[in-house]
Design a protein around this ligand. Structure first.
Ligand SMILES: N[C@@H](CCC(=O)N[C@@H](CS)C(=O)NCC(=O)O)C(=O)O
Length: 386
């Protein structure tokens, strides 16, 4: 039976489902959200996607779309008459792509840290959440037991993400600094780019909602130290856009391709906190590439050639915020950030001059120049050489 509604396959506690959901809500796409524990997801959707991953969006025609960027690109094209989600200014566009990539990639290990390093304190909550992802055909007690195994899998990602006792204080310091800057911003603006939500908000919802706002330990931290960030995560999950608890109620972006002053401070932190890691990711990608016997378009980007949601191409080590960060490289960050770099490269001269001035003020020029020896693209739901 064909319906005119989309289906979002995901779970409430999933980082990237939170991003896709807030986009679909703000874009006013008609959709139903179904838990990924559904037998149809496991039996029909996963085999077609190629591996187990959420979120997946199913169109009314039955087409399956994986990856939040692909989901948003699809809906932006199909619902071109819907609420605008992309500011018109060239610099604004580049900034929203940078923040989308930052939220979706840099921030993920921080979110995973606050979920799993504090597992004991929030065990009951996490167990109940993960049990939702277990088929309802099982008795609830068995779902709780099966949840334990699933939790072990995700908890086991921490070393690969670089979360070790040596760097945890630096990671928490990074998060708290970002949270403070975001709190200052959300005191005066309802959304990152100003009066309207956009890609920057969706990207930042990935870590800041499912893990950092919902999980009890980071949720307490956010509510008690950054209440306006907490309120933004709520606002991002309702369709209306005009928010009259703000002076910035025009439901519009700033004119003249400007970005809010409070966002400039966030952007400066983005470049400072993320730059060293992205540079190390690019260097390792090039080393891996140089070691390939026969690199060709379509070669899967992963250390073992296998399909993986977050592939690595070798481990990396670099100085970061007073400690040595050791983690798996993350080519997905390079792929995502390259979208912002491509948008910057396509600007006309006047916009390019405005962007250069902004990058000079925020210390972003070096990071924007990071390049890999071969472009990375997404094909058939995995990263491949372009
Ligand atoms: N780039 C993907 C990332 C999706 C993703 O990482 N999903 C997580 C759950 S939030 C997952 O399914 N992980 C399974 C795994 O890593 O094996 C997107 O934007 O959709």
């Amino acid at each position: 039976m064909t319906t005119q509604r989309y289906t979002l396959w995901g779970t409430p506690h999933s980082l990237y489902t939170g991003k896709a959901r807030s986009y679909l809500i703000k874009k006013q796409v008609p959709f139903d959200e179904l838990l990924a524990s559904d037998p149809r997801f496991l039996g029909e959707v996963v085999p077609q996607v190629g591996h187990m991953v959420i979120p997946v969006v199913e169109t009314p025609e039955g087409e399956l779309i994986q990856d939040c960027t692909a989901i948003i690109d699809h809906c932006e094209a199909r619902f071109a008459d819907g609420p605008a989600m992309e500011p018109a200014g060239g610099v604004q566009h580049v900034v929203s792509l940078i923040l989308d990539a930052f939220g979706s990639n840099y921030f993920m290990p921080l979110a995973m840290h606050y979920r799993w390093s504090y597992r004991a304190e929030q065990e009951a909550f996490l167990r109940a959440e993960f049990a939702r992802a277990i088929p309802v055909s099982m008795p609830y007690e068995n779902r709780l037991a099966a949840a334990e195994m699933l939790m072990g899998k995700f908890n086991g990602f921490l070393p690969g993400l670089g979360v070790t006792s040596e760097v945890i204080p630096a990671m928490e310091d990074s998060y708290k600094e970002l949270l403070g800057l975001l709190e200052a911003h959300f005191r005066v603006h309802p959304y990152l780019m100003g009066g309207r939500p956009g890609l920057a908000d969706f990207g930042m919802m990935a870590p800041l909602y499912a893990h950092l706002a919902r999980d009890p330990v980071p949720g307490f931290l956010m509510r008690t130290t950054a209440p306006n960030v907490a309120r933004w995560t709520e606002r991002m999950n309702v369709a209306p856009i005009a928010d009259n608890d703000y002076a910035d109620t025009g439901a519009a972006w700033p004119t003249g391709d400007a970005i809010p002053a409070t966002l400039e401070a966030v952007l400066a932190a983005v470049f400072a906190h993320w730059g060293p890691g992205l540079e190390a990711d690019a260097a390792q990608f090039d080393r891996w590439l140089a070691g390939l016997a026969d690199p060709a378009p379509g070669t899967v980007v992963s250390h073992d050639g296998g399909r993986s949601v977050h592939p690595h191409v070798g481990r990396i080590e670099y100085p970061w915020r007073g400690v040595t960060m050791r983690r798996g490289s993350h080519p997905h960050s390079l792929w995502h950030f390259a979208r912002a770099q491509a948008a910057a490269a396509a600007l006309d001269d006047a916009a390019k001059a405005r962007l250069d001035a902004l990058l000079a003020r925020t210390g972003g020029a070096a990071m924007m120049a990071i390049a890999t020896a071969w472009p990375i693209v997404r094909e058939n739901n995995v990263l491949v050489l372009g």
